[in-house]
Design a protein around this ligand. Structure first.
Ligand SMILES: NC(=O)c1ccc[n+]([C@@H]2O[C@H](COP(=O)([O-])OP(=O)(O)OC[C@H]3O[C@@H](n4cnc5c(N)ncnc54)[C@H](O)[C@@H]3O)[C@@H](O)[C@H]2O)c1
Ligand SMILES: O=C(O)C[C@H](O)C(=O)O
Length: 329
């Protein structure tokens, strides 16, 4: 993509909770700094009126780099020529639900949007799915867009990644900037595996610094994996500002590159790395250079880590089977 033309960025679910933070972060430069952007905002027809109000507020911010905003309810028009697509629009879960319970409600959204992206998006489009269940929704979009390389479809596990960094920093009483090489493996669900055995704090092995495997297993992992539910219980609504922040960070790193000497967690189509079946959209440690991500190779996985990753991957296989039965892929 050229660096001076406005980058066309599509965002779905634009009148919803996450987007009420996300759109303003994108427009104020958190995504691409000074680069001019054009926003393409997709909503369902009944939400277009509310979206008009959000656009009025975007106008009222007078953001210097926001050169144009288009809104609509037809993905084939909204996605036309876009270089980045953040697929947020989907129903959130309520208290007592798992994210996978949303598959039948939300899955169909991603067949239509995958087809539209396939037909009208720019060839280099980067598609990031935030709407839950994010990994399998990304799989649905990817399978419905056969002309777009699979590597251009990701799902969001950056929120889990940030949660894990924050919990670890708090446990060790260090600034979060000391934490590096965090990895979320698997699904954005309660089975995800936040890995402290490969993470570092101040350059030293995080698990060794913690020195308490019971805390890792019984406190750290469930706190990170069930954080979404804890926020729903507290707020009565699912996470929004932190989800928007993670969505910006994932797309920013995918376009501009990951920080030197570190990696991030991205749910990407598996190439078979670490024994994850090819094609499943599973979270891995990734680095990005020149707009292309690579799965970090050669990390050591002990028996504990292996079993945790296998359990999360088994859930992704079940989800893939469920959407196959629903005829979505
Ligand atoms: N991956 C993550 O880390 C993560 C984190 C937080 C939330 N989420 C998920 O993100 C999704 C959105 O959350 P929210 O709090 O913004 O929900 P919300 O209900 O506030 O907003 C969702 C918006 O999507 C719109 N929408 C529904 N179908 C659409 C379609 N076909 N096309 C375009 N827009 C459509 C709705 O009209 C609504 O305005 C949920 O599925 C939620 O579970 C994911
Ligand atoms: O947990 C949810 O349902 C919302 C989101 O996926 C989160 O992790 O906060």
């Amino acid at each position: 993509m050229s660096t001076d033309a406005p980058l066309k960025i599509a965002v779905t679910g634009a009148a919803g909770q996450i987007c009420y933070s996300l759109l303003f972060r994108i427009a104020s430069g958190s995504l691409l700094g000074d680069r001019p952007i054009e926003l393409r905002l997709l909503e369902i027809t009944p939400a277009l009126k509310a979206l008009e109000g959000v656009v009025m507020e975007l106008d009222d911010c007078a953001f210097g780099n926001l050169v144009n905003i288009e809104i609509g309810d037809d993905p084939r028009k909204v996605f036309d020529g876009v270089h980045a697509a953040m697929l947020v629009g989907a129903m959130p879960r309520k208290a007592g639900m798992e994210r996978g319970d949303l598959l039948s409600a939300n899955g169909a959204i991603f067949t239509a949007q995958g087809k539209a992206l396939n037909d009208v998006a720019a060839d280099d489009v980067k598609v990031l799915v935030t709407g839950n269940p994010a990994n399998t929704n990304a799989l649905i979009a990817m399978k419905n867009a056969p002309d777009i390389p699979a590597s251009q479809f990701n799902a969001l596990t950056r929120l889990d990644h940030n949660r894990a960094k924050s919990q670890l920093a708090a446990k060790l009483g260090v600034p979060v900037t000391e934490v590096s090489h965090m990895t979320i493996w698997g699904n954005h669900s309660a089975t995800q595996y936040p890995d402290l055995f490969n993470a570092k704090v101040g350059g030293k092995n995080a698990a060794e610094l913690v020195g308490d495997e019971a805390w890792i297993e019984n406190d750290f992992i469930p706190t990170v994996a069930k954080r979404g539910a804890a926020i729903i219980a507290a707020r009565g609504l699912s996470s929004a500002a932190s989800a928007a922040n993670a969505t910006v960070e994932h797309m920013r790193d995918w376009i501009l590159g990951t920080p030197e000497g570190d990696w991030v967690s991205m749910a990407v189509p598996s190439d078979g790395s670490y024994g994850v079946p090819e094609g499943l959209i599973s979270s891995f440690p990734c680095i990005v250079k020149d707009g292309k991500y690579e799965i970090v190779q050669g990390l050591e996985l002990g028996e504990f880590s292996r079993a945790k990753i296998d359990a999360s991957v088994a859930e992704l296989v079940d989800e893939r089977n469920a959407v196959t039965e629903l005829g979505l892929i």
